[in-house]
Design a protein around this ligand. Structure first.
Ligand code: ADP
Ligand code: MG
Length: 592
């Protein structure tokens, strides 16, 4: 007796639906992709009760004749590919020929469609995969698909759905992805009979993002700088400036050949590109568009087509890292123009403190095991040695691109004025950024100067840690850590960077290894050095409430403006915030 049987067609579709139709948002995704592939200029999506009760997608695309409409509901029926060669270079969003039959097998389904020139259209009604009605119908040219009572015949699946609110949010996110990927198409979203958003066809990505997220976000985005011409990949779009980040990945969008995808390769590349411009645990804001030869990307790896495989992942990764770095760098150049140093005539520099002495700085880190590194100019630890100048003394001739220091708020924030209004600088974050870049420069140029320990020490590590140290010995040495193998899983350490004063080198090393290992798994030696610096400089930076004199503040600000990435500290927190005159006027009700 044979035990193997071919599945009935409907059951096979329901099995396929298990992969393709996870939740209402997947229905929306598949239907909207079909509308886009059909050349629609306008797509309207309506949902009720989180899409569980209804999903309706109406488009003005090419429509179908009756035969095609019937065929579109068969499994493996598609107009988008014909041969294996087509499969190797897919230019449409769909290609599997599975979505419509899958959706129709797990819902009450209605398709009406009409070709632009046809006199009549077609209406097909399906319930749980069985065609119930086929008749003339369809009003406007285009296609309308209605999906009601999703999973009504698969109660087990239905139980996995989340609250209506969550499902609605998933749908809205899905629509944001599609709308961002296709600014030229008008989108409308109606949720429980109320218009949630209506997006006119946009002339550019920037316009679409403004319509979706508001002008404020757009102001903080940078147009992407194309990678070098040699690359076989084109990259465009907009990304957040350094310091712009989110707690979730909701605005980390990446499109490959017009398709929104999730890719560990690209996520890692974004992180690497932003590096210290991103706060730990935060995600960048990106609307990044990669264009590759279709044959260099395999989209046939995920049933919902959410993932892709690159033929040359390393090349893609490199191009993205380079693009992000260059873009952030160009953002810095534009930004710096707003903050050129004022030209302070010599005699206007305030005299050293005479009246009311500023309080002596307290020792802020009493039990510290570190010493403050000497500044490049050899000033040594900072002291409040000058008083604040009087009004007149800082009344610097204000030409267009200048800033003036106004004062310090709460012993922490430097208040400045520039052409656009008020600027607040977090002096602690600013100092971290300055030290970070200075140490990194030194490390790149000559390696970090190191100091011999009185007594070399040996220690043992767990095999995995030992393996990590062996791989990174050269980099650690360049960072001023004199470490070398000393037998099986054992190491000897005989010197440390001069700027560190560590009482217990071994426990210090264990901490450093722990920290660096998790921070920079598998990344470049330079990155490793940067992580090490970022992790240690923080301790040396001016503490929040160190009182600073005017000259010190001025130096701090001008040093900051010289930095490569001045607007955030090495941990990605902002160093400065601009409050424009415009915003102030609004707050004071001078302007609406
Ligand atoms: P795929 O998109 O992978 O081809 P689908 O099951 O999603 O598979 O759709 C099957 C076919 O039905 C498509 O190839 C297309 O020819 C046709 N079709 C689906 N939706 C539309 C639409 N909105 N407008 C025009 N044709 C459509
Ligand atoms: Mg499709």
């Amino acid at each position: 007796m044979s035990r193997i049987r071919l599945l009935p067609e409907i059951l096979a579709s329901q099995v396929a639906a298990g992969e393709v139709v996870e939740r209402p948002a997947s229905v929306v995704k598949e239907l909207v992709e079909n509308s886009i592939d059909a050349g629609a200029r306008k797509i309207e999506v309506s949902i009720r009760r989180g899409g569980i009760s209804l999903v309706r997608v109406v488009d003005d695309g090419c429509g179908m004749d009756r035969d095609d409409a019937l065929l579109s509901l068969e499994r493996h029926a598609t107009s988008k590919i014909r041969t294996a060669a087509d499969l190797a270079a897919i230019a449409t969003l769909g290609f599997r020929g599975e979505a419509l039959p899958s959706i129709a097998s797990v819902s009450r389904f209605r398709l009406t469609t009409r070709e632009p020139e046809a006199i009549a259209g077609t209406e097909i009604i399906v319930a749980g995969g069985r065609i119930e009605t086929v008749r003339d119908g369809g009003e406007a040219p285009g296609t309308q698909v209605e999906v009601r009572s999703l999973f009504y015949n698969l109660p087990a699946r239905r139980k996995f759905l989340r609250s209506e609110n969550t499902e609605s949010r998933n749908i809205e996110h899905q629509l944001h992805l599609q709308a961002t990927g296709h600014p030229e198409i008008a989108f409308a979203f109606v949720r429980d009979d109320r218009v949630a958003f209506q997006l006119p066809a946009a002339a550019s990505l920037l316009e679409r993002i403004r319509d979706l997220h508001g002008a404020e976000l757009v102001e903080r985005l940078l147009p992407v700088e194309e990678p070098s011409a040699s690359a076989r990949i084109r990259i465009g779009g907009l990304i957040g400036q350094a310091g712009v980040s989110r707690q979730s990945r909701a605005q980390q969008l990446v499109f490959v050949n017009g398709r929104a995808i999730e890719s560990p390769v690209l996520t890692a590349a974004l992180r690497e590109g932003y590096h210290t411009a991103l706060m730990k645990g935060q995600f960048p804001v990106t609307f990044l568009f990669l264009e590759l030869d279709p044959s260099a990307v395999d989209v046939n790896v995920h049933p919902a087509k959410r993932e892709v495989r690159f033929r040359d992942p390393a090349g893609v990764r490199e191009a993205v890292v380079e693009t992000i770095r260059n873009t952030l760098e160009s953002g810095r150049r534009d930004w710096q123009q707003q903050f050129q140093r004022p030209v302070v005539p010599q005699e206007e520099i305030p005299p050293p403190m005479t009246a009311s002495p500023a309080p002596q700085p307290e020792l802020v880190e009493p039990a510290s095991s570190y010493v403050i590194p000497s500044r490049t100019d050899g000033e040594g630890p900072r002291k409040s040695s000058e008083a604040w100048p009087t009004e007149s003394a800082i009344n610097v001739a204000s030409s267009s691109h200048q800033f003036q220091i106004i004062g310090i708020l709460n012993k922490l924030y430097v208040l400045m004025e520039n052409q656009d209004g008020l600027v607040l600088v977090d002096q602690h974050a600013a100092h971290e950024r300055i030290l970070f870049e200075e140490l990194r420069r030194r490390m790149e140029e000559q390696g970090v100067p190191s100091q011999r320990l009185l007594l070399a020490q040996t220690f043992e590590l767990a095999p995995r840690d030992a393996e990590w140290v062996e791989r990174n010995t050269a980099t650690l040495q360049k960072m001023g850590i004199g470490i070398e193998p000393f037998g099986q899983n054992a190491f000897k350490i005989d010197s440390l960077p001069t700027f560190l004063e560590v009482s217990d080198p071994v426990s210090f090393m264990r901490k450093v290894i722990d920290g660096l290992k998790s921070a920079s798994n598998g990344s470049s030696p330079l990155r490793l050095g940067e992580d090490m610096i970022a992790k240690t400089v923080c301790r040396h930076a001016i503490k929040a409430n160190d009182p600073l004199g005017y000259l010190e503040v001025e130096k701090l600000i001008s040093d900051l403006l010289e930095c490569e990435l001045p607007y955030c500290c090495p941990h990605g927190r902002p160093t400065m915030i601009q409050i424009s005159l415009n915003e102030l006027e609004k707050k004071f009700g001078r302007k609406v």
